[in-house]
Design a protein around this ligand. Structure first.
Ligand code: GLY
Ligand code: MN
Ligand code: MN
Length: 470
């Protein structure tokens, strides 16, 4: 967990960036059925950025006038102590968190009103609808979590995004730890892979590693032999010879920082010829894109570089026809690589995606309307401290490659008969997909690959698969 002084520094930076008071809400418990049976509590990400281990229902008023931060906490009751054990006193929390003062949560509206006087108070919407409704009522700021342009005033959002985007050393330490735990989880899944085991069994291995380290999955684990279904959360298949296992999973630490890693390996422990060919193309694209990460580089150019390497490789396999430039220009590559090369990473796996393109696309750079490139989630120039994922892939998706209009549009550039071989191979189950994803922080001199320890060379994967069983 980052130190008290780290969080204090981040709060001071925010106070220096705002000119009117800002109220932030941690959010509270959300019931999973009857009111007292809760989902696991997870504080709002921006709240986690400014405070260690936020209590449910906490709120914080940042006031630039006297450079104060007031933390609001529920009053401690004997009942809480009975059901949840001893809770630290306000004085203990004040010392641990290092804020100016602590007030009773029940007094939120009155204290904010008194402190702000006639000044406008801003807030930021959170995933917890009750917390957002209360913040709107207290501040009069009509924020809406489900409309990216209304999640908060653009100046407040820009100030938060600037801070969250430039990771401080203690945040990078957290990211490295999330990466190390994620490495253990991926290696556990590889080592326990064998024919006849279910996807669900391997998911248990992955999430068991997270749990043993006090982490949770940062997002729904994807572990599937149907890798061409991009966000496939079904785990009911049994692994058979010819299948490729695609695992996309990352640990989230109690501080909120997380990893997002994808690896693909053969269920049998041996890459078949087609799998080896496609894997090598994706790995070449991933390595080229990682090598391109450096200060001042436009992220869209990293995407386009990966797209060209993939197009070139598919052309050499006889699946695409023409030059890589022409294929990327027409969008033919996107029939096999239909998503962006990655996204921001931090406390959210798609960091600050709730804030929309206002923080992830530079001014004057609208999203592409072309299939594939329109799913690129980021178009900023990279700067030191910015963390991104790099995650190219090649997928054989029947819904794309058998679509009549697509076949007509790309008949000169795509060998659809050859695609059909990939769609029907593996006893009719199809090729599936290959994605390789690493987490990369831009540094002053280039990059650091946070997840470099997770195996991705074919011989290393073949050596690991099934190794727990021998
Ligand atoms: N794990 C989701 C993604 O890679 O974006
Ligand atoms: Mn990702
Ligand atoms: Mn991922």
């Amino acid at each position: 967990m980052p130190s008290t002084s780290h969080y204090q520094a981040r709060r001071r930076q925010f106070l220096a960036a705002i000119d009117t008071p800002v109220l932030l809400m941690a959010g509270g418990w959300i019931s999973r059925n009857y009111p007292a049976n809760w989902n696991p509590y997870r504080a709002d990400s921006t709240f986690l950025f400014f405070f260690p281990e936020p209590e449910p229902n906490a709120a914080a008023l940042f006031d630039p006038k006297d450079e104060s931060v007031t933390l609001f906490l529920d009053e401690r009751t004997a009942e809480d102590a009975l059901w949840h054990g001893p809770v630290p006193s306000f004085a203990d929390v004040k010392k641990k968190v290092g804020v100016s003062r602590i007030e009773k949560r029940a007094d939120l509206a009155a204290v904010v009103k008194k402190k702000a006087g006639r000044r406008k108070v801003r807030t930021v919407a959170t995933p917890d609808p009750r917390a957002t409704a209360e913040a709107r009522a207290v501040t009069g700021d009509k924020v809406d979590f489900f409309a990216a342009d209304k999640v908060g005033h653009r100046d407040v959002i820009a100030a938060i995004a600037h801070l969250r985007n430039h990771k401080a050393p203690e945040e990078l330490t957290e990211m490295r730890r999330a990466a190390a735990i994620t490495n253990d989880a991926h290696k556990a899944a590889m080592a326990h892979t064998r024919l006849g085991i279910t996807e669900q069994d391997l998911v248990g291995r992955v999430e068991g590693v997270f749990t043993r380290h006090g982490c949770v999955p940062a997002y729904g684990t994807i572990l599937s032999v149907r890798g061409e279904v991009l966000h496939n959360h079904a785990h009911h298949h049994t692994l058979r010879d010819g299948d490729l296992v695609l695992l996309d999973a990352g640990a989230e630490l109690p501080s909120g920082y997380c990893a997002d890693v994808t690896r693909t390996w053969p269920a049998s422990g041996r890459f078949g010829p087609e799998a080896a060919d496609v894997y090598d193309i994706v790995l070449a694209a991933e390595k080229a894109a990682i090598e391109a990460v450096a200060p001042g580089i436009r992220y869209r150019d990293v995407h386009m570089l990966a797209a060209r390497v993939l197009a070139d490789g598919l052309q050499q396999l006889g699946i695409l026809r023409g030059s890589a430039d022409a294929l990327v220009e027409s969008g033919a590559h996107a029939l096999f690589f239909p998503h962006g090369v990655g996204h921001l990473l931090g406390i959210d796996v798609h960091d600050m995606e709730a804030f929309g393109d206002q923080i992830s696309y530079a001014k004057g750079r609208p999203r592409s309307e072309q299939f594939g490139t329109r799913y690129l989630r980021l178009d900023l120039d990279l700067q030191p401290g910015v963390c991104v994922t790099i995650e190219p892939g090649i997928y054989f998706v029947p819904a794309i490659l058998r679509d009549a209009a697509t076949k007509k549009q790309f008949k000169g550039q795509v060998d659809f008969a050859r695609c059909e071989r990939f769609l029907t191979m593996n006893s009719g189950r199809g090729f599936g997909g290959v994605r390789i994803e690493d987490d990369v922080v831009c540094t002053r001199t280039g990059r650091e690959v946070l997840t470099a320890a997770v195996p991705k060379e074919r011989p290393a994967l073949e050596a690991l698969v099934g190794s727990a069983l021998t």
